[in-house]
Ligand binder design. Structure first.
Ligand code: BGC
Length: 946
């Protein structure tokens, strides 16, 4: 752990240092919490502060820091809220504020300076800000408001009427018509500052004086609504003026009130509500609050007639409400609206500022070409399987209904939508005039590559600029940080990124297109590591972990998917619920932020308790979905052939081990010892229960095992499968469950199994992510290259050869020749197999973290003759690590950048280093630790590359 030593040196405070006297440049890249810059509507009462040493600085390592937080930007004594004083520490991230907890709306300023290796103080950083959101229910004046009409049954629903050709029949479902809410207000003076605090039970879109105030979509997002609803805060100063103003909000059912999963599943009845509070500070210092209350009016006779996440949106321009969100709204129009229904806040439901970025349009993609145009039906190809909504610019005919359908793939020219199951993914637009229209749905999202248009003015010749797609995901940065000289490898990297974009829509989902889109925990735990290499998703994951904590059962159960809806029967399973330990642990490894372990420790511990409860003599009886979607199963199930007790026990051990290590880091000594011992006991039992002396599966495991209380478990034989799979060995090797000699024997068995399958993988969701780390660790990176570069089924490149632009759910989801493989459950956008992308950075490029947050790493690229050139970078709390290597015959050229405050060691066993240049100077430091800086390394291979 990093050392922190407070040192109170009163002379070291800001007042005595003039910035122009100091030579060490100020720290840069100031961030709050999990990466926020000057946030408005912030959530954390005791924020964490992070910064980086300026790349221009000669400072290599920080030796001390000082952070100040004040209520004014002059940082005078009387405004200082917290001063860390000069603190001896190399910690440049996640420094926790120790002052009085920040309150709703409070605005504070903060700055930081550091000391370098020669004890020289830097200049102060620029001043950054934090403005809190409304953090307590008591700080709201607003009340929940809604349309007074009872929810309508959808007899007249276009979207929900029966669907032909779908995998399931769609019965009538109860659904809620979207509605519109508005209020007007008058301001006597100029506006100095205005904030809109807002949320909904459902999804909302706010407008002020006729203008949409933000690009955010599907807000507030999805949390366990019965416990917590996130609120958004917007700076709306520029939208408001002296005189008459209006605030209008459109709302629809979203996740809160909409159906989840298939409509035959019993759905709760949860009406849509809005909560809004506009706080205005006028120039004369007076304030005015416009809060949702009984003075508002509502109408459900607006243009968005229907809107649903799964099914799409129905927009009828004949119902447009002129000026509904502007001050010019007439009394005559208002007379057609109704007074709202009002409900008080529920003390059991915490209203809390959204703790990660809202969903927004991040990219716009134009249609690439028109696949067909027959009988008034046009099919457009976006060239990319994506998640979002279309923006159409299409000639319409008055009274005619334009219809848009969405598909991930075609079969020949056939628009194939069976894999969407009951999700109708259809948008309609009814034109109120003849001529060109522009339309983009507001309250839905689709997963698609192809768009089918009909109902337009067919006398016009379609053109690709009729359709563009707005790509939607939580608004984080996706890095473009891996490249090589191999086209398919680059494409795979790109497909992993698209899988990430498509399934990070407020929560991490299994898939974005069919009637599911749930936060499946198993998928998340296998992909979390790769996602951290590819995008700035720390806050995204931390937010989801809060939902997981809230959804954990009193017995410690962590559900199969989060947020959880109890009407779906399936509860949990090993490797799925283990996301509770694995996700926090992976985030900690990446960021070095002990805060994520602190925050989740209790959940992790209770989950391990749940494992223990479901085990008998250290063998887990929890059950699992298995090595999900393993190819070539003998038992023909989605769960694969790997013994389920073996899977569950391996994860029991792994979670216990993570918990023991976390306890140690957090200083919980008794827990650390207890869980370390428990881990060793499970490990010991695991080896002897599942494996015989030859490291083959033990015959014993086919016997029905017992529960804790000695009762027999009723289960199907597949649970006790005696079949040996690649995953049988991958799990214990990856989780360190074997002793040294056993390890070597197990690796031999694993390699033999891979050879036997003609150097192809035979793994599902659980085994696949472990192939690369295990094979590399035991000296078989070349075999991993063979697996990775296979082009025949099952392999990653097989999908690319068959047109994939995202990651598929199944190794054989689709083929160019036969189309979809006929399975009902079949998505072309599932991120789990994208977990392999971790290896692009850790293995191929060679950046292996050895200390959390990349304070230290080993540079150990895995050279192979299949690749001649690779480059990439990796964002860390210290700055970017950049690396590239190039092979020319027997020579290799390497460039490596070690960020400030970090260190690295080289490990190039296959290479004779000829020259090591640091800042242009040759130095012989083969074994030495590399300090921050840029290096050029040249070498010759000792061996012929495979
Ligand atoms: C989801 C998977 C998930 C699985 C668990 C599926 O329906 O799409 O990704 O992990 O169920 O059984």
């Amino acid at each position: 752990m990093l050392f922190i030593q407070a040192c109170s040196n009163p002379n070291a405070t800001s007042k005595h240092i003039n910035n122009s006297d100091v030579l060490v440049p100020a720290p840069t890249a100031l961030k709050v919490g999990e990466g926020f810059v000057n946030p408005i509507g912030y959530y954390e009462q005791k924020p964490r502060f992070s910064w980086q040493i300026s790349a221009q600085s000669t400072t290599q390592q920080q030796t001390a820091y000082q952070v100040q937080v004040a209520s004014s930007s002059n940082f005078s004594d009387s405004t200082l809220l917290w001063d860390s004083q000069k603190t001896l520490s190399d910690q440049n991230a996640w420094v926790r504020y120790q002052g009085k907890a920040l309150q709703s709306r409070q605005k504070v300023y903060w700055r930081v300076r550091i000391w370098d290796q020669d004890q020289q103080a830097s200049a102060w950083s620029e001043i950054n800000r934090i403005e809190m959101g409304i953090i307590n229910n008591d700080d709201w004046q607003a009340q929940w408001i809604g349309h007074p009409a009872p929810p309508e049954r959808t007899k007249d629903s276009i979207i929900f009427s029966s669907v032909k050709g779908n995998a399931f029949p769609v019965p009538d479902v109860e659904y809620y018509r979207p509605f519109y809410l508005r209020t007007g207000f008058q301001l006597p003076k100029k506006v100095k500052k205005a904030r809109l605090y807002i949320t909904a039970k459902g999804v909302f879109k706010p407008y002020i004086n006729g203008m949409a105030i933000s690009e955010d979509a599907m807000t507030p997002g999805w949390t366990p609504y019965h416990k917590r609803i996130e609120t958004l805060a917007y700076d709306v100063t520029e939208f408001i003026h002296t005189g008459k103003n209006a605030l209008g909000v459109a709302v629809a059912e979203g996740w809160h009130s909409g159906r989840i999963f298939h409509p035959t599943v019993q759905q709760p009845t949860l009406p849509i509500r809005l909560l809004a509070q506009l706080e205005i500070e006028l120039e004369d210092g007076t304030t005015q609050v416009i809060a949702s209350d009984k003075s508002w009016i509502a109408s459900n006779r607006g243009p968005i007639r229907e809107a649903s996440n799964y099914d799409g949106e129905y927009y009828d321009a004949n119902y447009e409400l002129p000026n509904w969100s502007s001050p010019n709204f007439t009394a005559e129009s208002a007379a057609k609206w109704q007074p709202v229904l009002v409900e008080p806040l529920d003390p059991a439901v915490a209203l809390q500022p959204k703790r990660h970025k809202a969903v927004s349009t991040t990219t716009t993609i134009a249609a690439q070409n028109i696949v067909s145009n027959k009988n008034g039906v046009v099919i457009f190809d976006m060239g990319q399987n994506l998640v979002g909504v279309p923006e159409i610019k299409v000639p319409a005919i008055k009274g005619q209904r334009i219809k848009l359908r969405f598909a991930e793939a075609l079969e020949g020219e056939r628009f194939a939508v069976e894999n969407l199951r009951s999700a109708k993914n259809t948008d309609y637009y009814v034109a109120n005039a003849t001529g060109p229209i522009t339309y983009q749905p507001t309250f839905t999202f689709h997963g698609y590559r192809y768009v089918e248009l009909s109902g337009h003015d067919t006398s016009a010749t379609p053109s690709t600029d009729w359709i563009t797609s707005k790509v939607l995901h939580s608004n984080f940065n996706v890095y473009d940080n891996f490249n090589s000289d191999h086209v398919l490898l680059n494409k795979l990297s790109n497909n992993v990124e698209w899988g990430l974009r498509g399934n990070f829509l407020d929560i991490p989902t299994d898939c974005p297109q069919r009637d599911e889109r749930l936060g499946w925990t198993g998928d998340a735990q296998v992909f979390v590591q790769a996602s951290m290499y590819k995008a700035d998703v720390y806050s995204f994951w931390s937010a989801w972990l809060q939902s997981m904590r809230e959804d954990q059962g009193i017995d410690g159960l962590v559900p199969n998917y989060v947020p959880f809806r109890s009407f779906l029967k399936s509860l949990t399973g090993a490797a799925w619920g283990d996301a509770a330990t694995i996700v926090p642990w992976e985030l900690y490894q990446f960021t070095g932020d002990i805060g994520v372990l602190e925050e989740n420790y209790n959940m992790m511990k209770r989950w391990v308790g749940y494992h223990t409860y479901n085990s008998y003599q250290h063998i887990s009886r929890m059950g699992s979905h298995g090595d999900w979607l393993q190819p070539f199963t003998l038992n023909g199930t989605n769960g694969g052939d790997t013994n389920r007790d073996l899977i569950a026990t391996a994860y029991y051990a792994h979670s216990t081990h993570i918990l023991a290590k976390s306890a140690k880091l957090l200083g919980y000594e008794t827990d650390a010892q207890y869980y370390q011992k428990l881990f060793e006991q499970i490990r010991e039992k695991f080896r002897h229960y599942f494996f015989d002396q030859n490291m083959d599966l033990h015959a014993l495991i086919t016997k029905p095992p017992l529960f804790q209380n000695g009762s027999e478990r009723k289960s199907k034989a597949k649970t006790f499968s005696p079949v040996t799979t690649q995953t049988t060995y991958l799990l214990p090797l990856a989780f360190d469950l074997f002793d040294k000699e056993e390890q070597l024997a197990a690796v031999d068995k694993l390699v033999a199994l891979i050879e036997k399958s003609d150097r192809h993988l035979r793994t599902g969701f659980l085994g696949t992510p472990l192939l690369a780390p295990v094979l590399q660790r035991f000296g078989h990176s070349d075999l991993m290259y063979d697996l990775l570069f296979q082009e025949t089924y099952p392999s990653w490149f097989y999908s690319i050869k068959n047109g994939a632009t995202t990651m598929w759910e199944r190794w054989n989801s689709y083929s160019l020749q036969d189309g979809f493989n006929g399975e009902k459950m079949n998505s072309l956008n599932h991120y789990a197999y994208g977990a392999v992308a971790s290896w692009f950075y850790r293995g191929i490029l060679g950046i292996q973290p050895t200390k959390p947050g990349f304070k230290h790493f080993i540079f150990n690229p895995q050279f192979n003759r299949k690749l001649g050139q690779v480059s990439g970078s990796q964002s860390t709390p210290l700055g970017d690590i950049a690396a590239q290597w190039q092979i020319q015959q027997k020579n290799v050229f390497i460039e490596l950048t070690v960020p400030k405050n970090s260190q690295a060691n080289l490990m190039l066993p296959k290479v004779n280093i000829e020259q090591l240049l640091f800042n242009g100077q040759a130095i012989d430091t083969k074994q030495a630790t590399l300090q921050p800086g840029s290096y050029e390394i040249k070498g010759t291979f000792k061996v012929d590359l495979k």
